[in-house]
Design a protein around this ligand. Structure first.
Ligand SMILES: NC(=O)c1ccc[n+]([C@@H]2O[C@H](COP(=O)([O-])OP(=O)(O)OC[C@H]3O[C@@H](n4cnc5c(N)ncnc54)[C@H](O)[C@@H]3O)[C@@H](O)[C@H]2O)c1
Length: 357
């Protein structure tokens, strides 16, 4: 793993312009990455590391940047077995000198660096502002100056919609975030769109829903409920579900999310667009908890009253329509929930000590 150096590498020989492809078929999408230089910010984290691994498999020249921000999901183990096949730079996307060097010559940038915890965003809103608004803006400035032809795909969130006025959520739903994280992530997304309209950068955003799978943080419970439920079940503990547990969510397995990023990065049809990713059939949280217990073969489920700090930012029933990305990029989730959970649990059985202190 490298600390980033301030001396820009010699990128001069690399092509500057990277026209994308129009066709949404999977074959050309995957071929697109062979030999291309691709930057993944937040690449030691959960989704970023899964994406970086897939890009290496597809023959891309992969550069990862991650600051290993405290309490976030960055984990060097996520890419440890790949260290000879990609570059990892421990640097902050807000570090201008570092990013100027790292974006130069990159043909696709996947911008996943960010802070995921909604609860933490309420406790320390300025840190969330730094990581989720200033961070993406800094990356875009580096691209504008040093890699204006790069395609930039942002990891947005359906949290920008807040409590739904109707379901399933589509991209026309008003943005009414219920927490600071939703506001800052929306700002991050809008910066990407503005850099498209104002400077001609080829940008787009994927609004992720609850994503789950291998390499997800399970050190603490503040980042997302799925990995925490999985950890509790695997430890034989009790999963506490708030209220009556009937609030429904859709979940997307991380390989499907990676596939959406690959399609968006390769296709001109994504430029200037915002797409929801949706997941499996919506499932009530109490049923999800029971399913995890059944697959793990351990643990139990209990309903408990809402803690006030979680109730005030809860969004109730939420699930998204993925019709727009299906139509534009041919994407749809393909991993059944039970299968994804089984794969996730099998991964943590094998690598438990790297995720649970
Ligand atoms: N996991 C989900 O369900 C979900 C849902 C919606 C949106 N998202 C978005 O997807 C992206 C990835 O999420 P994840 O679940 O993989 O989270 P994660 O915490 O596992 O990964 C995020 C990574 O970004 C890094 N990072 C944060 N700030 C940085 C900075 N300034 N410079 C460099 N690196 C920085 C962290 O160290 C971490 O490794 C985030 O932007 C998040 O908002 C995730």
């Amino acid at each position: 793993m490298n600390r980033v150096s301030s001396t820009p590498p010699d990128w001069a020989s690399l092509p500057r312009s990277t026209p994308g492809i129009a066709a949404p078929e999977a074959g050309p999408v995957y071929e697109f990455y062979r030999g291309r230089r691709v930057l993944v910010t937040g690449g030691l984290g959960f989704i970023g590391s899964n994406l970086a691994r897939r890009l290496v498999e597809l023959g891309a020249d992969v550069v990862v940047v991650d600051s290993l921000a405290p309490d976030c999901g960055g984990n060097p183990f996520n890419l440890a077995d790949m260290r000879d096949r990609l570059q990892v730079h421990i640097a902050d996307v807000r570090d201008r000198e570092a990013m100027d060097a790292l974006v130069a010559g990159c043909q696709v940038v996947f911008n996943l660096a960010g802070q995921v915890s909604h609860l933490d965003s309420m406790v320390d809103p300025f840190n969330d502002l730094e990581l989720n608004a200033r961070g993406p803006l800094s990356l875009l400035e580096a691209c504008r100056r040093h890699s204006p032809d790069a395609k930039v795909v942002y990891a947005g969130t359906r949290q920008c919609y807040g409590r739904p006025l109707y379901l399933p959520l589509d991209e026309a739903h008003p943005n009414r975030p219920t927490d600071v994280n939703g506001v800052n992530k929306l700002a991050g997304e809008l910066f990407h769109l503005v850099y498209g309209t104002a400077y001609g950068l080829r940008t787009c955003s994927l609004r992720l829903t609850n994503t789950y799978g291998p390499r997800q943080l399970m050190r603490h419970s503040r980042q997302g409920f799925i990995a925490w439920f999985v950890r509790l079940a695997m430890e034989g503990r009790t999963i506490q579900v708030y209220g009556d547990g009937r609030q429904r969510r859709d979940l997307t397995y991380v390989d499907d999310v990676v596939d959406a990023f690959l399609r968006a990065g390769a296709s001109d049809a994504a430029d200037g667009r915002v797409f929801n990713l949706g997941g499996s059939e919506p499932i009530a949280l109490v049923d999800l908890a029971r399913l995890i217990v059944a697959i793990a073969g351990r643990g139990q489920v209990e309903l408990v009253p809402w803690p006030e700090n979680r109730r005030r930012i809860d969004v109730g029933d939420v699930y998204s329509s993925y019709a727009a990305i299906q139509q534009a990029l041919g994407w749809q989730p393909t991993t059944p929930l039970a299968e994804g959970l089984a794969r996730m649990i099998a991964y943590y059985r094998q690598h438990w000590q790297h995720y649970v202190p």
